[in-house]
Design a protein around this ligand. Structure first.
Ligand code: C2E
Ligand code: MG
Ligand code: MG
Ligand code: MG
Length: 283
């Protein structure tokens, strides 16, 4: 009987593995088709000027309107997209749609439109040989000015191969686009690379903002990063502002830009545009 049970257990295990593999292949195929089927959605989150509170820029964040599972956040599909290379198609779609939406907004209502839009790029993208061409194409076909586009990369991605990264980023900057270090402070990397890698914007990760109130050491750390960024001539953005006390601390520290639920959540691009555009222009 023990032998029988053991055999059953093995069969069950094998069946489960098989099912998991099929699920993964199915999910991969559906993700691959998502771009072509128009299931991706562009959301925008405001980046706000401090202390005035006006929207200065916006960050493009992708969502997947999955017909089987509803609206999905990037955390649930970006890892698979990265493993399978589908991320390159997703990022290209987001890049184009973000440029198009913001250019249209700037044309229709320059008074409320953001001065820049930032787009996240995955590690795989730095290795795509025609990345610079893709960015140039997105700009020329939408008409968005290069100065209005920021490309966000995490420090871990930048550190993978410093030589390749520097060459890539220089090419992109020659187009006139700006480069941001995303999630700054989470990559366990040395500060030395700030000297070697050409960047324009530093985004302080929200883990440094979270818990800042009531923690003097953490406040000193955030303050030091802001001053360092400014000394290097960088635009500094604090991420993940969830309440008024965090915003007032950052204001005192001289931080000029902030992003977070307290200042505006990510929402569908059309919703944000129609909410903020001057009423007379609304349909
Ligand atoms: P990220 O680039 O650091 O984007 C900021 C994330 O923090 C977003 O999550 C945003 O919704 C969230 N967030 C903003 N304010 C707050 C706040 O006050 N509190 C908290 N707790 N969270 C806040 P989201 O949209 O789920 O995106 C997660 C990550 O997925 C992004 O982190 C980015 O790394 C990646 N991602 C998003 N869109 C794209 C894309 O189009 N391409 C690529 N390659 N990655 C993307
Ligand atoms: Mg980002
Ligand atoms: Mg970030
Ligand atoms: Mg992130």
């Amino acid at each position: 009987a023990a032998k029988e049970q053991g055999k059953n257990r093995f069969l069950t295990f094998e069946t489960q593995m098989h099912e998991q593999l099929l699920n993964r292949l199915d999910e991969e195929a559906r993700l691959r088709d998502a771009v072509r089927r128009g299931e991706l959605r562009l959301h925008l989150q405001p980046v706000v000027g401090v202390p005035a509170g006006q929207m200065a820029g916006a960050e493009a964040l992708v969502r997947w309107q999955d017909p089987e599972r509803g609206l999905r956040m990037p955390g649930s599909f970006i890892p698979l997209a990265e493993e399978t290379g589908v991320i390159v198609d997703i990022d290209r779609w987001v890049l184009f749609e973000a440029c198009r939406a913001v250019k249209r907004w700037q044309d229709d209502d320059p008074a409320t439109a953001p001065a820049w839009v930032s787009v996240n790029l995955s590690a795989a993208h730095l290795e795509v040989p025609d990345l610079t061409d893709q960015v140039a194409y997105a700009l020329s076909s939408t008409g968005l000015s290069a100065q209005c586009l920021v490309l966000e990369l995490t420090e871990t991605v930048m550190m993978r191969d410093l030589a390749v990264t520097s060459v890539r980023l220089e090419e992109l900057r020659e187009l006139g686009v700006k480069i941001a270090i995303d999630d700054f402070g989470t990559g366990y990397s040395s500060l030395g690379y700030l000297r070697d890698i050409p960047v324009d914007v530093l985004k302080i990760d929200r883990s440094f903002i979270d818990g800042m109130a009531g923690n003097g050491r953490q406040q000193e750390l955030v303050n030091a990063v802001i001053q360092l960024g400014h000394t290097l001539g960088l635009r500094v953005v604090a991420e993940g502002i969830e309440d008024a006390s965090q915003l007032s601390l950052l204001t005192v520290m001289g931080c000029k830009f902030a992003q977070g639920y307290h200042l505006g959540r990510p929402e569908p691009a059309e919703a944000l545009i129609s909410r903020l555009s001057t009423p007379s222009l609304r349909a």
